[in-house]
Design a binder for this molecule. Structure first.
Ligand code: PSU
Ligand code: MN
Length: 302
């Protein structure tokens, strides 16, 4: 059912390091043309580290593992759905196009034999969850899919303490890359503690201990702080987020529309500053994911 780009098919066959990329960041997370630029920058970062990018998404009902430039452009331009793991079959059946969220991408990547995925920031428990019960299916899917996800912590628009608590309950190991603080997407600080890990090699060792030695099917979250020179001031971001959450409440935005609404509000309210940080952290996550994919290859073939 999967349509592999020849470069990705070859890389998997030759057992090269491959990193999966999600496409909701392209279809719903960033404005055009920053979205297309981000997708390309992430792919390039992976190539520079000697790995092969496998951008995943759905084009007219076909599940793509690896996109050509023209196909990426097509996905960025068309009216695309926001697909989660459980809505992929619907898109396939009706011939819809869609960006795959982390949850959908985890599912497809695993099916394709890929063990590392990079995103900007994973979804999680939304603020005001008491009223809305809005919890991203990213968390549940990660807990059931043996893939390592590189993410700049979780998106700051979320309730981060509850997101971290739920990951704990779901038995997802959360590692901080060269940090013991869970990053808050636009900043490296959140006040929340995680287990620090120093090298890609150690991450790879944990992956094989989890999946091969303990036969666990749990995913792992590798939290990578945003690049220092692109971080935003914590108080500045928090003020914008509170305004964004209030605006969402007032306009009645909820469900799948909520995250895209909040991100776009932040972009406008910050004069594009949040997009700049988002692109920088996405690139940095892609780079780290490629380093981990290479280390995991060494780990599993030695
Ligand atoms: N990272 C970004 N921008 C994004 C996303 C991640 O920098 O837009 C997307 C991912 O695809 C993630 C989704 O799975 O946001 C979460 O959506 P929700 O909260 O509705 O589950
Ligand atoms: Mn949701």
């Amino acid at each position: 059912m999967l349509d592999f780009h020849p470069e990705v098919a070859r890389a998997l066959k030759e057992k090269k390091a491959v990193v999966a990329l999600e496409t909701t960041i392209l279809t719903h997370g960033l404005p055009y043309p920053s979205n297309l630029e981000t997708a390309r920058v992430m792919e390039e970062a992976i190539r520079r580290e000697g790995a092969v990018p496998a951008t995943i998404g759905v084009l007219a009902g076909t599940i793509k593992v690896g996109f050509s430039h023209a196909e990426l452009e097509q996905l960025a331009q068309t009216k695309a759905e926001k697909l989660q793991a459980h809505t992929i079959p619907w898109a396939v059946a009706v011939g819809a196009s869609g960006g795959t969220t982390v949850s959908a991408t985890l599912r497809i990547a695993y099916q394709a034999g890929i063990r590392v995925l990079a995103t900007g920031g994973i979804g999680g428990v939304h603020r005001q969850v008491e009223e809305t019960f809005d919890i991203s299916t990213d968390l549940i899917t990660l807990s059931r899919t043996p893939i390592l996800l590189v993410s700049a912590g979780a998106k700051a628009v979320l309730d981060l303490p509850r997101t971290l608590e739920l990951l704990e309950t779901l038995s997802v190991l959360v590692l901080g890359f060269q940090t013991s603080e869970f990053p808050a997407f636009y900043t490296h600080t959140s006040g929340l503690k995680v287990t620090a890990i120093q090298t890609a090699g150690e991450v790879a060792r944990i992956m094989s201990a989890t999946w091969q030695e303990l036969c666990s099917n749990s995913g792992i979250l590798l939290a990578n702080p945003p690049p220092q020179d692109k971080e935003l001031a914590p108080l500045y971001v928090e003020e914008l987020i509170q305004r964004a959450v209030l605006a969402a409440e007032k306009t009645g935005v909820k469900g799948r529309q909520l995250t895209p609404f909040l991100l776009s509000f932040l972009e406008k309210a910050s004069g594009g500053k949040t997009v700049e940080t988002n692109i920088a952290l996405a690139e940095s996550n892609a780079r780290l994911a490629a380093q981990v994919a290479r280390a995991y290859l060494v780990q599993t073939t030695s």
